[in-house]
Design a protein around this ligand. Structure first.
Ligand code: CP3
Length: 339
């Protein structure tokens, strides 16, 4: 019995939409903040399989979500490729040297860094019930490349977009390297017990149409095809944040099994543009959950109603914010489950 989330990703339409939230394992939870204060930094937690499994399970215990997303980060892939990675408190990630200062061939890869992550998946799978779906993930190549090139989060992903225009062959080599490592990493997660995987393309929205085809559609299609070859029964969820009008093309051309939708998309528009057999996931604005109030259950209802005729996984349009109150998450769940 696989559970309602996995069933939905495979095309079922349960009466109540299964629900999980992007970034559900993290800073809005007091029990996470406590463990983080005990253990020191974020990366220490990620590479400590027991702590990471505990954090992965925390939101399931508290809220009974239908999916448990592996506690890790998309930047573990560059770290394993040999790039230096630090998370400085209050500043976000720093990767060094950047790919403006160094070549990929300067890096010494340490793929053993993936081993504790696979162990987190195994430990989590043992702790959650069989009705809860274990979700693995990786960043999509374009989004990961934007961090590897700039060395940090960047406004409009300018450094990566410039590199792609100035030296497309070098950009292609970077993206191809990320594809290869990500496929290995995702296969490892699935072999360890992940039942579905999500590809986070958080910065897909900054690309012009031809660039979107080359750096978003093609790499996500390549990863999906390779996962399908080795693990044909494991659903792949694509989340091209900010794709807007390019979403139907992304859905058609990448071959992903399910589509994650950001909060800017009108559910009625998505429903009319995607084939009815494709499961969708999303797309409540995380800031509405932070704000709360009567608009929260109303918006939940609108989203659920828009997708009543297709497989739909309830989620946010992006990660839950660290200042979101527990009460508002409870209201969201009551609205989804009572709806
Ligand atoms: O709960 C979950 O979703 C599982 C774990 C998860 C994290 N990051 C944990 C995390 C997942 C799936 C991610 C994905 C991720 N990481 C993305 C793609 C999705 C998105 O949000 O756009 C990106 C772009 C990153 C890179 C990253 N990691 C940044 C920019 C930052 C700093 C800013 C921030 O949002 O916190 C992180 C740190 C990070 N990743 C934290 C957590 C819980 C906070 C670490 C802490 O200070 O405790």
């Amino acid at each position: 019995m696989p559970g309602p989330l996995l069933d939905t990703l495979k095309g079922a339409k349960p009466d109540i939409a299964p629900v999980w939230l992007m970034r559900q394992a993290g800073r809005y939870l007091p029990e996470y903040r406590e463990l983080r204060a005990d253990k020191g930094g974020f990366l220490e937690l990620v590479y400590d399989s027991e702590a990471a499994a505990e954090i992965t399970v925390q939101p399931i215990r508290r809220f009974g979500f239908d999916g448990a997303i592996l506690f890790s980060d998309i930047l573990i892939v560059p770290h394993a490729m040999g790039q230096g990675l630090e998370f400085l408190a209050g500043e976000g990630p720093k990767l060094s040297p950047t790919l403006l200062e160094a070549e990929l061939s300067d890096f010494a890869a340490t793929y053993e860094r993936f081993d504790p992550i696979y162990e987190t998946v195994r430990l989590t799978r043992q702790q959650i019930g069989d009705q809860v779906t274990m979700l693995g993930f990786a960043g999509s190549p374009w989004t990961v490349a934007t961090y590897m090139i700039a060395g940090e989060g960047s406004k409009d992903q300018g450094p990566a977009r410039l590199l792609a225009y100035r030296d497309p062959a070098r950009m292609q080599a970077i993206v191809d390297a990320i594809i290869e490592v990500s496929v290995t990493y995702l296969r490892g997660q699935i072999d360890a017990g992940a039942e579905a995987v999500q590809l986070f393309d958080s910065w897909a929205g900054s690309l012009a149409p031809d660039e979107f085809e080359r750096w978003v559609v093609a790499p996500n299609a390549a990863i999906t095809a390779q996962i399908k070859q080795s693990h044909p029964d494991t659903p792949v969820i694509g989340f091209p944040k900010g794709a807007g009008a390019k979403l139907p093309g992304y859905a058609r051309e990448t071959g992903v099994d399910a589509i994650g939708m950001d909060e800017t998309l009108d559910p009625a528009w998505v429903h009319s543009k995607l084939p009815e057999t494709i499961p969708v996931q999303g797309n409540l604005d995380p800031l509405l959950v932070e704000a709360g109030g009567p608009a929260l259950p109303e918006r939940v209802r609108t989203i659920i109603d828009a997708f009543e005729d297709r497989p739909h996984v309830f989620n946010l349009g992006h990660g839950i914010g660290q200042f979101t109150s527990i009460e508002h998450v409870e209201q969201l769940l009551a609205a989804v489950r009572g709806a």
